[in-house]
Design a protein around this ligand. Structure first.
Ligand code: NDP
Length: 311
């Protein structure tokens, strides 16, 4: 099998991957980027990004990622479609397999594979996949115009999804397992001031029902140990917004990760324990998980890769 040899391979095409590509391209590392399952990353599934510096009016997530891609290409990044299916990081140069068939050998590797939405783990989530269950309000919200939906979660994502859906749906329930929201103050206020959103604190979704798609959710309300109340709520759509799982599976045999799977790096740097292998963005960041922090760590990773190659 023919092996393509590279100086710098970047896996992932979110803000971390593309920023790494911009810097690596400008440093003449001829970076190759594999875009992964979701080209453009998580921002392509959101609406407006209001907190990325430089856009006083906000910018559409897909547009922002298109601009980053063009900027990376302008400096020579070779952006390809494909998913990394195997890795051998036991010795340099490192070997990466794409789509189970293409083999690459790279002197430096920047892992910017991001994170994927989590599900509750209910059988019914699978049963109703694509029939009323979704982990992306901006992708699927359109189907719930004037309908009733529920969003699970109490963080910023859940609030953001609930607010977005309130612009389409007739009514939005926010199902929160704790007696409070974890989201930032500004998001909490927006939720509380939104007449269409009703927050169900101390509630857990334990199942879904419906003949042809979701028609309702089975809920358990905590009333103080050991009491609880079980009841059903009629809904048309069930949205998950309970956090994310880092996409680090392929690299786990070689790199240290925390219990959730976030790749561990030297504090304040994208350096993993393997020289020449760097992790940037959400795959290595359980704390901030912002587009701008991902972009910054992508920049750091490219600078590190350049220095490593000079040595
Ligand atoms: P978070 O981890 O912040 O919140 C996850 C939420 O889901 C929590 O309320 C958690 O409950 C709940 N949850 C987790 N597992 C379950 C479960 N099995 N059953 C029921 N509820 C569950 O994730 P987010 O995706 O909301 O945010 C991730 C990061 O991204 C945060 O740092 C956030 O600030 C940031 N962010 C920022 C935005 C912005 O600034 N515009 C927009 C979106 C995200 P509990 O509290 O009980 O653990």
């Amino acid at each position: 099998m023919e092996i393509e040899k590279l100086k710098c391979l970047i896996i992932g095409s979110g803000p971390a991957g593309y920023t790494a590509a911009i810097y690596a391209g400008r440093a003449n590392l001829s970076p190759v980027v594999y875009a992964g399952l979701q080209p453009g990353g998580q921002l392509t599934t959101t609406t407006d990004v209001e907190n990325f510096p430089g856009y006083p009016q906000g910018i559409n997530g897909t547009e922002l990622m298109e601009d980053l891609r063009k900027q990376a290409e302008r400096f020579g990044a070779d952006i390809r479609y494909g998913v990394v299916t195997a890795a051998d990081l036991s010795r340099a140069p490192y070997r990466i397999t794409v789509d189970g068939e293409k083999m690459l050998e790279t002197e430096t590797l920047i892992i910017a594979t991001g994170a994927t939405a989590k599900y509750l783990g209910l059988e019914d989530e699978k049963k109703y996949a694509g029939m009323g269950v979704s982990a992306c309000a901006t992708c699927d919200g359109f189907f719930y115009r004037k309908k009733v939906v529920a969003v699970v979660g109490g963080g910023d994502t859940a609030c953001e999804e609930a607010i977005y859906l309130s612009g389409l749906a007739r009514k939005v329930y926010l199902i929160v397992r704790k007696p409070y929201l974890r989201a930032s103050k500004v998001m909490q206020e927006r939720v509380q001031n939104n007449e269409k959103i009703e927050v169900l604190f101390e509630h857990n979704a334990v199942g879904l029902f419906g003949e042809n798609g979701v028609e309702g959710v089975h809920l358990v309300k905590r009333l103080g140990e050991p009491d609880e109340e079980r009841y059903d709520l009629a809904i048309d759509g069930f949205f998950l917004a309970i956090g994310h799982k880092p996409n680090s599976e392929v690299f786990k045999p070689y790199l240290d990760t925390d219990e959730t799977g976030y790749i561990l790096t030297e504090p304040g740097t994208p350096r993993t324990k393997i020289p020449g292998v760097f992790a940037a963005g959400d795959v290595a960041d359980p704390h901030y998980r912002q587009a701008i922090t991902a972009a910054a760590s992508g920049c750091q990773a490219a600078i590190e890769a350049e220095r490593y190659l000079l040595r």
